[in-house]
Design a protein around this ligand. Sequence first.
Ligand code: ZN
Length: 158
Amino acid sequence: MISQKHCPFCREPALTGCEHLALAAEGRDFVRRCVELCQGEKPWRALCETRHREELASGEWSPEREDYTWLETAFCEEFLKALTWFGGMEYEWRSGANPAQAGFWVLLWSKAPRRLWWELRDELECQGRERRPKVAGGPKSELRNPKPESRRQTSLRL
Ligand SMILES: [Zn+2]
C-alpha cells in the first residue's frame, strides 16, 4: 500500500488538492486527461499518426514503441519530464465510495499547472511537426574540411 502523498511545494495532502496539483487521475485515464487539459487533442492526433506512419515505414513498429499513447510512465518520459514546469509524478492509492473504485491514482505536480499545460501543448505541436532524420550524420559532417590540422602536419614535417 502506498501512503498518502503530499504536495512537493506546499506539503498539502494530495487529497485536499492544492494549486500545484495539475492532475489526479486513474492510471488508465492519465494520458487522455493530460491531452484534454492542455487542449492538445489536434496536435496529439497528428503526432500519433505521424509516428505510427514513420515506424511502419522504417519497419520499427512494435506495440511497446507506442506505449506513450496510453501508459503514464512512457508518456511522462516522452513528453512531461523535459518541461520546465514539470514538478513530479507520483502514485497514490485511493479507495473510492465502493471497493470496485479503489485503485492507484497518478498525481502530476507543477509549480504552475497552467504554464505546464501551455508548455505541453507547445511540445506536442512541435513534436508533431518534427521530421526525424532517417540517417545519422549525413553529408554535412563530410563537408567539414580538416584544413588547420593538415596545415599543422605539413609544417611539422618541414
Ligand atoms: Zn501545493
